[in-house]
Design a protein around this ligand. Structure first.
Ligand code: NAP
Length: 336
């Protein structure tokens, strides 16, 4: 891999570019801003919406994800994240429908999609990418991520196939997701002229086990850290602060941040962050999203209702002070 220049201060996160509205932005659009991505002057939006739909792809849930995507487009969200595995292609397809109706003259959103961890063999990589392009209806995918590593497939094989596809013009940028630092470095070493410019990991103020080991490396190598589950699946939006967390058939029940052995501690920290937000007169979501941006990451939030998109954008429009964000980060870490 060709060496990439490091920022002057290797321990600091790269600064976000000033948010700007373009003339063609929809009325009332919130200024989002962008981050430098890779060594070739590419830009990555600072905030985006994910179309995983919490994995719920029954017809009614698909309708909700479609409504979220349409509303996010109307509100000018500049980045949509999807994957071939989301709804077995349905998420990419609904995004493709949206792009096909994109208003002329309005800047197209940045699209990231992902190669399934079950398709990491070189012939599968090509077939997957062609499928994603077809469903999305685009010539080239802005950012193509390896969704997760599979230790049974040498990463050299996958990255070699991806680099060839990038040379052919099918993808504009390459990235990975759910890789450890060691796996990320192996993926980088497997590339020739191409570079890894984004790494999508679970990262919120409460759950940062995947992010902490890779943050410094990513900042030094201009790899954008995309923070998934930035709202801790609702906990950092002020939900589940009392009671036992999600109930009934909710897929989150007992998992991740809601695992019974972890949840009481996470809930206590989330309450402290919510109290800080209230005392400071800012939405708790502002602390959740800007707290990640403060650490140089680009949050990709999920939503089941258009109003949650509005809430995220309203939260992004509020700019809490650095001091307040640092305090929220410490509370999330359990240091206060
Ligand atoms: N690379 C990967 O392996 C990976 C893994 C997971 C996610 N992702 C990406 O990251 C995106 C976001 O992930 P996520 O859905 O886990 O993230 P999240 O933003 O932490 O959680 C989204 C959920 O939080 C709740 N929520 C959000 N805003 C709210 C508000 N204002 N008020 C109340 N509740 C609110 C909603 O729950 P309800 O549904 O109950 O309303 C929503 O579905 C996904 O869509 C996907 O694109 C990637």
């Amino acid at each position: 891999m060709s060496p990439r220049p490091s920022p002057a201060d290797p321990t600091s996160a790269p600064p976000a570019r000033r948010p700007r509205r373009t003339r063609a932005s929809p009325p009332g659009a919130v200024a989002i801003g962008s981050l430098a991505m890779g060594s070739r002057g590419q830009q990555h939006p600072a905030l985006g919406v994910g179309l995983w739909g919490l994995g719920r792809w029954e017809p009614d849930e698909e309708r909700k994800t479609r409504a979220v995507a349409e509303h996010a487009a109307e509100r000018g969200v500049p980045w949509f994240d999807t994957a071939e595995v989301y709804g077995a292609g349905r998420s990419e397809r609904l995004l493709g429908d949206l792009l096909a109706r994109w208003p002329e003259g309005r800047p197209r959103p940045f699209i990231s999609t992902k190669l399934s961890w079950e398709h990491l063999r070189s012939a599968q990589v090509r077939a997957s990418l062609i499928g994603s392009r077809r469903r999305l209806g685009v010539e080239a995918i802005d950012l193509y991520l390896v969704h997760a590593p599979d230790p049974r497939v040498p990463i050299r094989e996958t990255m070699g196939a991806l680099e060839a596809l990038q040379k052919e013009g099918f993808v504009r940028a390459l990235g990975v997701s759910n890789f450890s630092l060691e796996q990320l470095e192996a993926a980088e070493a497997a590339l020739g002229e191409a570079e890894i410019v984004a790494h999508q990991v679970q990262f919120n103020l409460l759950e940062r086990e995947e992010a902490d080991p890779i943050l410094d490396h990513c900042h030094r190598h201009r790899i954008v850290v995309e923070a998934y589950s930035p709202v801790a699946r609702g906990l950092l939006a002020g939900r589940f602060l009392t009671g036992r967390g999600p109930s009934g058939p909710d897929r989150r029940r007992g998992h991740g941040v809601f695992a019974p052995e972890k949840f009481p501690e996470y809930r206590a920290r989330a309450r402290r962050i919510a109290e800080l937000a209230e005392a400071s007169g800012v939405p708790v979501l502002s602390l959740a999203l800007h707290g990640l941006a403060r650490e140089g990451a680009a949050p990709v939030f999920g939503a089941s209702e258009p109003t949650q998109v509005d809430a995220a954008l309203a939260a992004w429009a509020v700019r809490p002070s650095g001091k307040l964000l640092d305090r929220a980060v410490r509370l999330g870490r359990g240091e206060e």
